[in-house]
Design a protein around this ligand. Structure first.
Ligand code: ADP
Ligand code: MG
Length: 233
């Protein structure tokens, strides 16, 4: 780990090799609550991955992070655990919004949340393009805690679905930010950022750092910790 010199745009910068092992680190020792540690054990998540290990100490304490890590590094659990753990303290509808670029990725994220949420009556909804907006409006009227979706369709419902708003939103997750921006979702995301509360926590995950990702970081994160996991260090 490297403590960053003052003058950086980041509160702290951490660069770590994904193969570096820290034997004694567990979900419990990172501050994950008992219910979620049990859920992890049940799902055979025995040891945190590098990105989970390096980010959870910050995300559980409601710091904004930008995390750069490759596909398959376990980013979903890295954001699902702190979102659910904070929700457990103060359950409320429309608590968290997760933006991801494709229907398939959104479905996978929802599966993670649902698997972790067994036994704590966590309600999640997937809102993606290509599916019936009326059925989605009905799903939203049931006041889910976690909404996972593609930016275009989320924005559509913010603008057109009565009774649906994010006035109480506490967490925004931007998943696969580089892909979101390459798929021309930038305008939709910026409109969403204009509508949702400024007082919230934001986690930005990306495989790569690009100019567009950096611009999105500046538009969406407050005093972020930057965590970079790769095999090149
Ligand atoms: P990414 O979003 O970084 O591409 P995912 O979150 O989809 O990665 O995770 C990749 C795979 O690793 C998934 O099948 C997930 O269930 C599994 N996984 C995540 N964290 C752990 C862990 N701590 N221990 C074991 N498997 C894990
Ligand atoms: Mg992912």
């Amino acid at each position: 780990d490297q403590e960053n010199k003052s003058g950086s745009e980041y509160l702290k910068e951490i660069q770590i090799d994904e193969t570096e092992e820290k034997e004694d680190v567990t979900f419990q020792s990172l501050g994950v609550c008992e219910e979620l540690v049990e859920a992890c054990n049940r799902l055979k998540y025995v040891k945190p991955t590098a990105i989970q290990r390096e980010s959870l100490v910050y995300t559980l304490k409601q710091r904004d992070i930008i995390a750069l890590a490759e596909t398959g590094s376990g980013k979903t659990l890295a954001f699902a655990l702190p979102v659910i753990q904070n929700l457990l303290d103060a359950p409320q509808p429309f608590y968290a919004l997760v933006l991801s670029p494709t229907r398939e990725l959104c479905m996978q994220i929802a599966e993670h949340f649902e698997a972790l949420g067994v036994g704590i009556s966590l309600k999640t909804t997937v809102i993606v393009g290509g599916l019936d907006p009326m059925a989605q409006a009905i799903a939203l009227s049931k006041k889910p805690h976690i909404i996972i979706g593609t930016p275009g369709r989320i924005l559509y419902h913010m603008q057109n679905t009565k009774g649906f708003n994010f006035k109480a939103l506490k967490f925004l997750v931007l998943d696969e930010a580089d892909k979101l921006l390459n798929m021309d979702f930038e305008k939709d995301i910026n409109q969403i950022l204009d509508i949702i509360p400024k007082k919230r926590n934001t986690f930005l995950f990306s495989a790569t750092m690009t100019n567009k990702v950096h611009k999105l970081q500046r538009a969406s994160l407050k005093d972020p910790v930057k965590i970079e996991v790769s095999s090149k260090y």
